[in-house]
Design a protein around this ligand. Structure first.
Ligand code: NAD
Length: 263
């Protein structure tokens, strides 16, 4: 099915919700997890677990080195991020529920962005020995620039300035519980949606992946833009198998013309 059909759906939407995954950011140079050249082709997923982060100072040092390198040349939003921001500004999208942690939707100008899996832009204290995937910090929170400055000052594994606890970005690692309230916030936005647009997600990480399916089951139109098949293609009203940036840019440009034509 074509981008034309997607433009038709979006032109009719007044409270659409985009549900995005790592695939929308690959065109900004950030690898996803499961593509052939994604992160899992060269990294061990177990190194991204909450338990290992807590247990291994060496792993934390590696994580901060990786973040530091990334922050030297921060990725920029691409055509796909900008198109979604335009569709929100034009009144077709009510917001974005994202699995991404890169902050690029906000950089592109999107205003309502619910980050299911946290953000690399914020750090928190998680305490000294948090167990069972639940941070138990003292409440210290800061921008990522605080941690960046500590790493540049020579601290390989910055500690909480208040209680000496372990510091972590708010990104949700494997085996870590979602931050309280975020799933409810996303569910509330989706319950008001008149269209759900999935972009760049393999729809394989739960509980996030269930959100679009749940909306679709209540009768909300569903569209999917992904460069490989997804488990929702068969039930989607529109499924576009292509790279997201070009498709979304074309669609965002076409929607105002359709509105004019139908006025
Ligand atoms: P995923 O890696 O499981 O799936 C990404 C999907 O996007 C794949 O189906 C891939 O084929 C598709 N894709 C890749 N590039 C595309 C493009 N240009 N256009 C269209 N489709 C494209 O990612 P996911 O579903 O988001 O779930 C995995 C987890 O990855 C999430 O929890 C997320 O937190 C995390 N993650 C986030 C980032 C980020 O913030 N940018 C990066 C890597 C992983």
């Amino acid at each position: 099915m074509s981008a034309d059909a997607l433009a038709d759906l979006l032109a009719d939407a007044r409270a659409g919700v985009a549900f995005t995954g790592a695939g929308i950011s690959t065109e900004s140079g950030i690898p996803d997890f499961r593509s052939p050249d994604g992160l899992w082709a060269r990294e061990d997923p177990r190194d991204f677990s909450f338990r290992r982060y807590v247990a291994s100072p060496a792993l934390r040092e590696q994580a901060w080195r990786r973040r530091h390198a990334l922050w030297q040349a921060p990725p920029r939003p691409n055509l796909g991020h900008r198109a979604l921001a335009d569709l929100e500004a034009d009144g077709h999208l009510a917001g974005i529920v994202t699995q991404n942690v890169d902050g690029l939707h906000q950089d592109a100008g999107s205003r309502t962005v619910i980050e299911l899996h946290g953000s690399t832009r914020r750090v928190v204290c998680i305490g000294n020995a948090p167990r069972a995937g639940t941070p138990q910090g003292c409440g210290f929170a800061a921008s990522h620039t605080w941690a960046l400055a500590r790493v540049e000052a020579g601290e390989a594994d910055p500690r909480c300035p208040r209680c000496d606890g372990i510091v972590k970005t708010t990104t949700v690692s494997f085996g870590q519980n979602l931050w309280p309230g975020v799933l409810e916030e996303a569910t509330a936005l989706l319950e008001r949606a008149d269209l759900v647009l999935v972009v760049g997600s393999s729809l394989s990480v739960e509980p996030a992946a269930s959100l679009p399916r749940r909306a679709q089951r209540t009768g909300v139109p569903l569209a999917v833009v992904n460069d490989e098949p997804t488990p929702l293609d068969d039930v989607a009203d529109v499924s576009v198998r292509a790279r997201a940036g070009g498709v979304l840019a074309d669609v965002a440009a076409a929607v105002p013309l359709r509105r004019q034509a139908s006025a």
